[in-house]
Design a protein around this ligand. Sequence first.
Ligand code: CLF
Ligand code: SF4
Length: 528
Amino acid sequence: MSDTTAFVSIEGLKKGRQAVSQILETAAGGGCGSTGGSGKASCGSSGGPDDMPQEIWDKVKNHPCYSEEAHHHYARMHVAVAPACNIQCNYCNRKYDCSNESRPGVVSQKLTPEQAVKKVLAVASEIPQMTVLGIAGPGDALANPKKTFETFRMLQEQAPDIKLCLSTNGLALPQMVDEICKYNIDHVTITINMVDPLVGEKIYPWIFWDHRRVTGLEAATILHQQQMKGLEMLTARGVLTKINSVLIPGINDDHLIEVNREVKKRGAFLHNIMPLISEPEHGTYFGLNGQRGPSAQELKAVQDACMGGANLMRHCRQCRADAVGLLGEDRSDEFTLDKIEEMEIVYDLDKRRAYQQGVETERQAQHAAKEAALAAAAAADGVDEDMKVLVAVATEGHGKVNQHFGHATEFQIYEVSKAGAVFVGHRRVDLYCQGGFGEDEQLPSIVNAINDCHAVLVSKIGACPRDELKAAGIEPVDQYAHEFIEKAALDWFGDYRRRIAGGEITHQPRGDARIRQGAYTGGAEAAA
Ligand code: CLF
Ligand code: SF4
């Protein structure tokens, strides 16, 4: 524990941790999205009020980042009101969005707090499942405190049902904790890439601190102390915290296990380990100096090594600082300032609640389907009881297999075993169907992206990609169209094991996906 903790009331810290630790205990070992068939909640999954303190359930149940299950149903949005930053990360080029929360890509429009609130109300009236407003750049939310808190203040008055969320590098966090609590900001993300300043000095060339630029080890030491102190203070006040870490191969890959341990000790609710995206064309220090990002397998290996520590988020989409919609989709183009001017904005709380009630009903049906499929899987006989395979799923939301292969721009990846179907990540791909026709030259890259999967579950698929997938050893499966994902994955897995047991097919281990995590969509993607 750093010496800075002297500022934090020990009693407060204990109390805050107590609440958070109850959920962490239920989550331990399950991983994000896993219930392990036990019915226990893992944060980010399908747990309910019986699995965790009611006040925590209320905070996470419809937050798409804090609940893996919720991300199939609920949307978030970001408003780009925070352009300045107080540190330099080697994976950031200021032309691009903040890497704390967003994939770089120029923010289309920076907003004033008034414009931001108007935009939120416009989105809330059009997308009733939008439940969370986050401020995540394009710089650092807390390096722009006036704009950040003014936005939250106005929004709290005008749209009280929307959860408030912010993301920060942590440097200015301790002195902002009172403000954060004043506006009922229940969710705070801190990007923590190291707990050892010797590692930190390879990531942060400088910080701006006490009216001067500080460099090297001193900079990393101050940043580390501020991050730890801020995390402890938030825990003591009962604010849910998520830690984002950028996985930088050769710099902090092994070290992230220690980061996970240290943030868990200080009450972090979730740990989101994200891949460095480091393309030279984005002009970052790392990108220009040959620092590569991790492969999908390297990312999963580090995440798996952290299991049992702070609970993991694996469904992050590294979204833009002006993203709008479900995670993985971006509807920001529909809500530019020009378009908002022409919209009739009706923020109708009752209508929003009624819509969300419908979402909850669907979610319960999804949960029930998953439980039934799990029971069937546990009862089924077959070969190799410990078998685990990956399946790719094409979905456009609602937790269902409901997307045509040719329309997918990403596949969700589930690890399936008799114990359950657990979301473990996603793979972005280039669109196969363009202008109504399949682009066959895209197929090899799509197949490569899911090359470690045994099957791909889709609502529909054409003959050409079907043949190509089969030739690559990946089963194209469309018989579970419009079913809930976990049920579909478990049913397919049961059938797969039966076919092996019956001698129809032989189980073949799959190879590694031959692409780098997050690096397959060209210009829109960049550093973490
Ligand atoms: Fe935004 Fe972040 Fe809040 Fe979510 S994002 S401020 S916690 S509302 Fe979510 Fe986007 Fe990943 Fe962030 S998917 S980058 S974790
Ligand atoms: Fe600042 Fe975010 Fe860029 Fe880091 S990634 S330098 S915190 S804007």
